[in-house]
Design a protein around this ligand. Structure first.
Ligand code: ZN
Length: 956
């Protein structure tokens, strides 16, 4: 049988839309039986693909389930278009870029004629929002479309303006020079979304300590600065030499620093730095004028003066110095830095000298170590030379950690002696900066940070940049409080979110170009895409009124939003000022107060450290506690036949293609059940076909009972196998409830496959109660409806029902039908058949009679005792059993029996004889011979039987 899933899909989608069954309005505020679920909205620079399909179908299914549980479910979606990628795409299409046209033609399925028209951001937004809507509809999503919007809609922008005015009012927005990730090619700050590589890279702060030296300029010896870059400025007291890469390219430059807020430069002297470092200085607020280029070896043999103690130290060559890190000039502290110790020892050896203790300057006291921790650990680990990189890394990180947490500065450190490293680091940094002998240089924590355009990103100090102050400690406290109260799936996310909040730094929130909302207080800037997408769930609640009543953007004033979200202000005045009727203002306030807070936010795992964390921050900043988000669900990624998805290279598997090839239900079932929620899902086309087969089997089963009238079942009149099927059904309802409530949709899939098996077993066991089967079918149609709603509507109609299954009530599990011994009985019967089959196979005979023997009754008594003492070992069990004098005469057999039972499993006692009698005809049919239960004891077999394992004798 083949079922036309595509046709069935179209039929029901049309009906749902005509009857508008998924449109939802706020209900009684005193009886908030609501469920508000959202997914991170899609970014529209391409079609929706397999990754979107997974992330959106999960909440879609849960929304349908909750609707059937009687909740008022708000489930809708908007489109994200903010930022530069859409601009970039429009430019590429305008330029007729071959690669882009090919990718969008083939992978995104856009006919070339259409594609060439998409040469403006507006055309792209319009085109892809249509495609996205079409994709959602074709998959049968139960969205309230009246609330849909795009982020460049003027009315949504008014909402974002309100958000930013509020954040500024609360002191969470500030302006300043700040280091940001920057793409020199795109000439724009770079967000996580814009990166090909290096998303996890953070900014680290090097301190440049200005050692003084001399360098020849135009034939004259001039004083110069050789800045040493370090992450451990406190160790400057222990410097005994400096390192330069002899093969490295260095520049002698004049450095000027831009003065914050003023249009002038401050001369900072002649510096010697690596070529790469000069570029970093340029990006970070300095003007750099090159005098000449030199090779590192020209510096070797010179001396420099340590600015904190005026000690003159030599410059030595070292290959380990990487000119792309810091300034390419490194201060050497061999008493505490294993690298320096080993490099210095190597250098001394190369000039025929021995490195002695008095050549080192200790500066940190550390318990469990002597004066020279670096030397100690190098000797202990047997590090031979600088080539021992792995061991050196290990030694460095060990010493660094111990010194940081337990080290105390010693008498060599002047006024800082006696202070703990942990506390002194910031103090010394501040003092160095204040005295003008230190400066800050920012670097990425990872070497490769690559923009979507393919260029290497740099750290750039942007002047006059607007920031959201996510580093604010008070704000972080609120965010932590929110996370404490929230539910997370999987649970481990709670800890992860606490960590993310701890690590949050201020974030640049606006750019010079791109689509989006202009900052209301500085119109030269456009709010970037991760900052205008943090509280838009609130806009879903009011978007309905705004869309239906064509409220214009100029009517959406901050005062109006204050009233809707806070209940602040005088409604009469606001109504007069905005020209919006009081009723509509009240409606928006009612919708917001009814559906807020958000119950669940769904997303793939890439948004944890940015979007989802920002969502928490912005909610706690802008809304009272009762409106803070309640839960976050995160799913894994999607690959296709092992390949990562790519918008430019493929594979993509557009959502529309899934609907058009397999039908919506097959796609929905597959994508929600093919992997556990947090795991990555690998789409395999063969498996999709299998899903189709099984859904067809289910349809066939439903057709078989379509004409049966449903009615009351008299439990007492049911046979064992009927009762078993009913038990399985109610257990499935119970488990499906648990699974839907915890987003474990794969488990519902497993239950469905079990049903297919159960029906097969029921039939084999001679089960044929049509009324019961009809009841099972009706119930299962409801269990499956959230996942495969079209097929379930079709069956529901086939059953003569006039309602929509989508709006039916979810079945209730009834404990009185749940009886686990029924299940144990059937398992026992199946395993008995399996045992017989194996023996027949081994004996290679065709039996004429099969004798089955159940265990002697005393053995069940032993099983009973074992059930009562499940936590005991064999050694402890035997004396307990022997307490009963009845068992003494079986004394010799008991230890073996106990062991055997443990092997088979300690399960509740069931009536095996009755079960075998009930299943006798099945066994007889299966083996084509007579079965005798507990008949004459042939060959003394009966004594081999134990509970749950019959003894078997074959007669030929
Ligand atoms: Zn770029």
């Amino acid at each position: 049988m083949t079922v036309d899933f595509i046709k069935i899909g179209e039929k029901w989608q049309k009906k749902w839309e005509e009857d508008r069954i998924f449109e939802i309005d706020a209900g009684d505020p005193d009886d908030k039986n609501k469920f508000f679920i959202t997914a991170a909205f899609p970014y529209l620079n391409g079609v929706l693909h397999a990754g979107h399909l997974r992330t959106f179908t999960i909440p879609e299914v849960v929304a349908r389930y909750q609707r059937m549980k009687g909740k008022k479910v708000l489930w809708t979606i908007g489109y994200h278009v903010t930022g530069t990628p859409i601009l970039g795409l429009a430019e590429l299409i305008k330029k007729r870029d071959k690669k882009t046209l090919e990718a969008y033609n083939k992978l995104h399925n856009i006919p070339m004629k259409e594609l060439l028209k998409l040469d403006s951001p507006e055309a792209i937004v319009e085109y892809f929002s249509k495609r996205a809507t079409n994709a959602f509809k074709k998959m049968g999503f139960s969205l309230d479309w009246r609330r849909n919007f795009t982020t460049d809609d003027g009315r949504f922008k008014k909402f974002i303006e309100w958000q930013f005015l509020k954040l500024k009012e609360k002191g969470y927005i500030k302006k300043g020079s700040h280091p940001v990730r920057y793409c020199p090619c795109c000439d724009n700050p770079v967000e996580d979304h814009d990166l090909l590589e290096g998303e996890d890279a953070t900014l680290v702060e090097y301190v440049l300590i200005k050692f003084k030296g001399r360098i020849e300029v135009d034939g004259k010896e001039e004083e110069c600065i050789i800045p040493m870059a370090t992450l451990r400025p406190e160790t400057v007291f222990g410097v005994v030499n400096a390192w330069i890469n002899p093969d490295g390219k260095y520049l002698v430059v004049k450095v000027y620093k831009e003065v914050d807020g003023e249009d002038k430069l401050e001369y900072k002297g002649i510096w010697v730095v690596s070529e790469e470092a000069s570029e970093k200085l340029r990006n970070q607020g300095r003007v750099v004028e090159v005098i000449k280029e030199i090779k590192g070896e020209e510096l070797v043999g010179k001396t420099v003066i340590n600015p904190v103690n005026n000690r003159e130290v030599p410059i030595y060559p070292a290959k380990f110095v990487d000119t792309s890190v810091g300034t390419g000039c490194v201060m050497s502290v061999p008493a505490h830095a294993p690298y320096d110790y080993v490099a210095l020892r190597d250098y001394y050896r190369s000039v025929g000298k021995e490195l002695k203790d008095e050549d080192l300057i200790p500066l940190i006291e550390l318990e469990n170590y002597g004066k020279y921790p670096a030397k100690e650990i190098v000797e202990k680990m047997g590090i031979k030379s600088q080539e021992d990189r792995k061991k050196l890394e290990e030694a460095t990180s060990k010493i660094y950690k111990e010194e940081y947490h337990k080290g105390i500065l010693n008498e060599n450190c002047g006024k800082y002696s006696g202070m703990a490293i942990r506390e002194v680091k910031d103090v010394i940094t501040r003092d160095l900066l204040e005295k003008g002998i230190g400066e800050i240089l920012y670097e990425f924590s990872e070497p490769r940070v690559i923009c979507r355009c393919g260029s290497k990103c740099v750290v750039k100090l942007v002047k006059g940049q607007w920031f959201i102050t996510y580093s604010d400690e008070e704000w972080k406290k609120l965010a932590h409080k929110c996370v404490d109260r929230m539910e997370f799936i999987p649970e481990s996310l709670k800890k992860e979110f606490h960590n993310k909040i701890d690590w949050m730094k201020d974030k640049a929130c606006a750019r010079r170009r791109g689509l989006g909302t202009r900052l209301p207080f500085d119109k030269d800037w456009v709010i970037e895409s991760l900052s205008d997408s943090t509280i838009y769930m609130a806009y879903y609640t009011i978007g309905k009124t705004i869309n239906i009543h064509n409220i214009r953007e100029e009517q959406l004033t901050p005062q109006l939003f204050n009233y809707i979200f806070y209940g602040k202000g005088d409604i009469k005045e606001i109504s007069k000022m905005t020209g919006i009727s009081k009723e509509l203002i009240e409606e928006m306030r009612r919708e917001f107060s009814y559906f807020y807070p958000l119950d669940w936010r769904c997303s793939a795992k890439d948004l944890i450290s940015n979007h989802l964390t920002f969502m928490i921050f912005n909610h706690v900043a802008l809304f009272p506690e009762k409106f803070w988000p309640k839960g976050i669900v995160v799913n894994g990624y999607v690959t296709i036949e092992g390949k990562k998805l790519s918008k430019s290279k493929g594979p993509l598997l557009p959502v529309e293609e899934v609907a058009e090839t397999y039908g919506p239900d097959v796609g929905r079932f597959y994508i929600t059940t093919c992997a556990e929620l947090p795991h990555d899902a690998d789409v395999k086309f063969k498996e999709i076909e299998k899903v189709k087969d099984n859904l067809e089997k289910f349809y066939q089963f439903a057709q078989e009972v379509a004409d049966v009238s449903s009615g009351d079942l008299n439990y007492e009149e049911l046979s064992v196998i009927d009762k078993w099927l009913l038990h399985r059904l109610h257990k499935a309802i119970k488990l499906s409830d648990e699974s839907y409530n915890t987003f474990q949709l794969r488990k519902v899939g497993v239950l469905f496959y079990q049903l297919i098996n159960d029906l097969r077993w029921y039939k084999r066991r001679g089960g044929n109660n049509k009324k019961l089967l009809r009841f099972v079918a009706e119930t299962w149609v409801k269990i499956l409806a959230p996942i495969t709603p079209h097929l379930c509507e079709e069956i529901w109609e086939l059953f003569g029902k006039e309602t929509y299954i989508s709006l039916e009530t979810y079945p209730m599990a009834e404990d009185r039908y749940i009886d686990d011994t029924l299940e144990l009985g059937e398992e026992f019967l199946a395993s008995t058949i399996e045992d017989i089959r194996r023996i027949v196979e081994i004996a290679k005979i065709e039996p004429k009679k099969i004798y089955l023997y159940t265990a002697d009754s005393w053995k069940y008594e032993v099983l009973k005792i074992m059930n009562e003492n499940k936590d005991k070992s064999i050694k402890e069990l035997i004396p307990i059993i022997m307490r009963n004098p009845e068992f003494r005469r079986y004394g010799k057999e008991i230890p073996k029996l106990v062991r055997d039972i443990m092997e088979v499993g300690v399960k509740p006692v069931i009536n095996e004889k009755e079960i075998l009698k009930d299943g006798k005809s099945l066994i007889e049919r299966k083996f084509g011979c007579e079965v005798i239960i507990n008949g004459k004891d042939k060959k003394n077999k009966k004594r081999q039987a134990i509970p749950y394992r019959v003894a078997i004798y074959l007669e030929d």
